[in-house]
Design a protein around this ligand. Structure first.
Ligand code: ATP
Ligand code: MG
Length: 655
């Protein structure tokens, strides 16, 4: 079987950086030269931008692959780097968090205030018996206390495991058990879609004895932030209100120095390919790459920018580009609690106007949902403060990329399409704004200091103009250090496939164009084989949303007697389009359309028009569930879906 992905979409638009942007950009071309000349020395330089209580003398230790150590004999404190150091440098009055709740309440938290809060909380955690290496589960809305909790756990050398506030009691219990958490930090509830969505009841349920499973045994205390104001049950002795204990605690807390390889957090992947994996990250290398990429890819100027990454902290993007990267850099950022469409569909754009956001980082799924609503919504707001846009989470199709640039970015802001994973910890492939000429739909080039390749099944480079498997060929500072409690799964999942070469297998398909730029083609598990031709989900989906009527599309390969696999498409039609066009015949029209755009081989066998697509909380399409539907099977594990009801709706629509 050839690993070549046959078809290539033809995207020729190019956007050179403007002279103005380039003149002020943090990044410049010399970064590539320095990294190429001495990769480890380059990362050591980036690491020295942090504060080390004990400077490191060794950079990378790769003597026991696939278990890497970076800066191992150095000592630092991650929270000190994100907080105290900025206060000590005289920037205590700078706003760290410009927070806005969904109902419109606001709080500005300066670096001095956040440091004070984290010090008090660190003392509380210690009083509650949390020690270095202990695990703490966080189940919180997007409020300043969530960021403070992550940092306080880090400050005392404990390990956090953030669980999405939208996950069920079962998912929470599974994650608490897997990590053996000693403490849970939660809130009574948070605001979502115009009302209070309770959180504490799920924690109670997760810890309770159900179906004879026995009470959860490792959790000793639950610390509860009052946010929603909703009634909650109380377990005396176990539960504590944040407002009772944190303000009373001492604000004196000296940050202890911990070795660079001290575990920092466990975070579960989004589960698009199966059971989520508990990814382990450590301190020094992670923070180095988080801060560096945030600085050069997001072009952060801490004195002047208002940065906004819309990701929830329950996702890796929220860890690296809400909490650790921006705070390590001393940036000012917007933090927003609620949903993008509450109380009105222009809420995000209103926030950008109101807070003067300059850098905006979000996911293609959000961009496509705004395209679906129409450009008149963002056009009601003044978005002229924006100077840089970013995308993460899925391939961004050229149509959405162009819309993002034209409608949100006034046809002038650079866009960085950033490829990375929970496992990589930080951005790995992206344009550098002000340096790279960008191409809609392509993530383009590895960042300085990162080495990747696109290879065939044997691990041989495919060369420009061809498709294959994306691998990372050298260890990188923010790489995962393992899967929590499962070293075998760690080896098997990422390292076994190219064991002889020592490559990290990312699980994604990619293609190199004639310039050697990388185009992500979707999960390797999702690649379809139609009559011996390998087709990528990303390219067919991109063609479908290029049709004026299609708002969103998901494509899967379903087994087929004649062709091996057949292309099956699920599409959402724009509501405006449906007002003017009959739905009859639309399926055939789309089949023909894909045939014209890509070629007859890619023409879907079936096109299903649906109202929703199954997505994870971080907005990724769960194609494996659609494959179950397309092949008439019972639908698999749906625990990480944002909305678990959506699958029964889709199954009914398909029947
Ligand atoms: P699981 O590993 O449990 O199936 P997941 O891979 O969806 O979950 P994440 O680590 O959040 O969980 O997602 C990483 C994946 O997201 C990448 O492997 C890639 O498939 C996709 N991705 C992220 N950014 C981009 C991007 N800019 N372009 C294309 N794909 C991207
Ligand atoms: Mg993954």
């Amino acid at each position: 079987m050839s690993s070549q992905i046959d078809h290539l979409l033809n995207e020729t638009r190019r956007f050179a950086p403007s002279a103005d942007f380039a003149a002020q950009a943090v990044a410049d071309r010399t970064l590539y030269e320095r990294a190429a000349a001495d990769r480890e020395g380059f990362w050591a330089d980036q690491a020295r931008e942090l504060h080390w209580h004990t400077p490191f003398t060794q950079v990378l230790d790769w003597s026991n692959p696939p278990f890497a150590e970076w800066f191992a004999d150095g000592e630092l404190n991650v929270a000190y780097n994100c907080l105290d150091r900025h206060v000590e440098a005289g920037n205590g009055d700078r706003i760290a968090l410009r927070w806005e709740g969904e109902p419109g309440d606001q709080r500005n938290v300066t670096y001095a205030q956040l440091t004070d809060e984290v010090k008090r909380l660190a003392n509380v955690l210690t009083e509650l018996g949390v020690e270095r290496g202990d695990r703490v589960a966080l189940y919180l809305p997007m409020i300043p206390e969530a960021i403070a909790s992550m940092l306080a756990v880090a400050r005392i050398g404990a390990v956090h495991s953030v669980v999405f506030g939208g996950f069920s009691a079962d998912s929470l219990r599974a994650r608490i058990d897997d990590a053996g958490a000693k403490l849970v930090i939660t809130a009574d509830g948070g605001w979502r879609k115009g009302k209070v969505s309770p959180l504490k009841p799920a924690v109670d349920l997760a810890l309770a004895d159900r179906n004879g499973s026995g009470e959860q045994e490792t959790v000793e205390h639950v610390l509860v932030v009052k946010r929603g104001g909703n009634e909650v049950d109380w377990s005396e002795g176990r539960d504590l209100w944040w407002h009772d204990v944190v303000p009373k605690a001492s604000a004196d807390h000296e940050a202890e120095a911990f070795p660079a390889e001290t575990p920092l957090f466990i975070l579960y992947t989004s589960g698009t390919t199966g059971k989520p994996k508990g990814i382990l990250h450590t301190s020094g290398g992670y923070l180095t790459q988080a801060a560096f990429t945030n600085r050069v890819v997001h072009d952060v100027h801490p004195e002047t920018d208002v940065y906004w990454c819309t990701a929830d902290i329950g996702w890796i993007t929220g860890h690296t580009y809400v909490t650790y990267g921006p705070l390590a850099n001393g940036a000012t950022q917007l933090l927003y609690e609620g949903t993008p469409d509450t109380p009105h569909p222009g809420r995000w754009w209103e926030l950008i106007e109101k807070h003067g956001v300059t850098i905006f980082y979000t996911a293609p799924t959000a961009i496509r949902s705004f395209m679906k609503i129409g450009r008149d919504v963002p056009q009601k707001f003044d978005l002229s403060s924006l100077r840089l846009l970013g995308s993460v989470g899925e391939p961004i199709n050229p149509e959405a990329w162009i819309w993002y640039r034209e409608i949100i970015g006034a046809d002038k802001t650079p866009i960085v399409d950033t490829w990375w994973q929970t496992e990589t910890g930080a951005i790995m492939i992206s344009a550098l704004p002000g340096v790279t000429e960008t191409k809609p739909g392509s993530a383009q080039v590895p960042i300085p200091g990162v080495s990747i390749a696109v290879v065939d099944e044997q691990g041989e480079p495919v060369g420009n103009g061809s498709g294959g498997l994306l691998v990372i060929t050298e260890p990188w500072p923010s790489m995962l250090r393992g899967i929590w409690g499962d070293p075998d799964r760690y080896r098997e999942t990422y390292w076994e496939k190219f064991a002889d070469k020592g490559y990290y297998f990312a699980g994604d398909g990619a293609r190199l164009d004639d310039d050697g730029d990388v185009w992500l083609l979707g999960r390797v598990d999702d690649v379809m084989n139609v009559s011996g031709h390998r087709l990528s989900t990303a390219e067919i989906e991109s063609a479908l949303v290029g049709h004026e009527g299609v708002a969103e599309a998901a494509v899967v390969g379903a087994s087929d007697e004649t062709t091996g696999q057949a292309v099956v498409a699920f599409v959402i039609i724009k509501s405006r389009y449906l007002k003017e066009h009959p739905v009859e015949g639309l399926g055939d029209e789309l089949r023909t359309w894909v045939g014209q755009q890509i070629g007859p081989i890619a023409r879907p066998r079936d096109v299903y028009i649906v109202g929703e697509l199954p997505k994870t909380r971080s907005g990724k399409i769960m194609r494996r569930l659609l494959r179950d539907v397309a092949e008439g099977r019972e639908v698999g594990d749906t625990t990480t879906l944002a909305d678990t009801a959506v699958m029964s709706v889709i199954s009914a629509q398909v029947r």
